[in-house]
Design a protein around this ligand. Structure first.
Ligand SMILES: Nc1ncnc2c1ncn2[C@@H]1O[C@H](COP(=O)(O)OP(=O)(O)OP(=O)(O)O)[C@@H](O)[C@H]1O
Ligand SMILES: O=P(O)(O)OC[C@H]1O[C@H](OP(=O)(O)OP(=O)(O)O)[C@H](O)[C@@H]1O
Length: 208
């Protein structure tokens, strides 16, 4: 038996599609109501639906053998797991953005960056040789430079419509993001055959 922690929300539907394409018995997840634990109707697999950061926690603690989670979340976490596959779903990117007149790279004084991703932001500006103040924000990050909480933001962009509708522009693209398969280190030793089979099945449907 293996257990898989799936990130609920944006990655959920596309994750379910992958298991469907693999021919797994994932139907219970398609009509789930408020249920959070599911057993595959064809394979010996349990699925849990969790928030992104918790997906990493469950995998690190070995409660889930495998996790499907965005690279954005992994970049903010520790790395006490194996990252074994790019699922090619949940594609988006990290950017630095602000109002056109608030270019953070042209400011000579103290620069404040609002973000849900402090580790990524800190690392990025450190590499640029800029000593910035990071202000942690939990959501609606685009509001922060508009209201004057910060000079610029580090956030996720997918279609670009949130930035556009709020009058913000991109000053730099930090990196691409997509969902990854992570695996608990001990599980990979103890359940290697089952996990490799799973990765092989997924790899075939996503064309890796
Ligand atoms: N436009 C996007 N905005 C945010 N995340 C996206 C986007 N497109 C893909 N993703 C991916 O989907 C994952 C889950 O995002 P989702 O918004 O569902 O949850 P969240 O970031 O934890 O936010 P919330 O606190 O609103 O649940 C992200 O970690 C990221 O990898
Ligand atoms: O480029 P787009 O397609 O417009 O997507 C980007 C937006 O999506 C995310 O926010 P989310 O919807 O997760 O809400 P949040 O503000 O609660 O983080 C992200 O933080 C951006 O605000």
């Amino acid at each position: 038996m293996i257990s898989i922690a799936l990130t609920k929300g944006r990655l959920e539907k596309e994750s379910v599609k992958i298991f469907e394409a693999c021919g797994y018995g994932i139907e219970p997840l398609k009509d789930k109501g408020r249920q959070l634990v599911f057993h595959d109707t064809k394979k010996d697999i349990d699925y849990f639906l969790v928030k992104a950061a918790d997906c990493v926690t469950y995998v690190e603690h070995g409660v889930a053998d495998v996790g499907f989670v965005g690279k954005d979340t992994l970049l903010e976490s520790t790395n006490r797991y194996y990252e074994l596959m790019d699922l090619q779903i949940g594609k988006c990117g990290f950017i630095v953005a602000s109002l056109p007149e608030k270019d953070p790279f042209k400011k000579n004084t103290h620069v404040k960056i609002g973000t849900k991703y402090p580790t990524v932001a800190k690392q990025y500006f450190k590499e640029k040789g800029m000593d910035v103040e990071i202000i942690k924000i939990e959501g609606s990050v685009e509001l922060a430079p508009i209201l004057g909480l910060c000079d610029a933001i580090v956030d996720i962009v997918e279609t670009g419509s949130t930035l556009k509708e709020n009058g913000l522009i991109v000053f730099d693209r930090i990196c691409d993001i997509s969902a990854r398969v992570i695996v608990n280190k001990a599980s990979f030793r103890l359940k290697k055959k089952e996990i490799l089979e799973l990765l092989d099945d997924i790899g075939q449907v996503i064309g890796e």
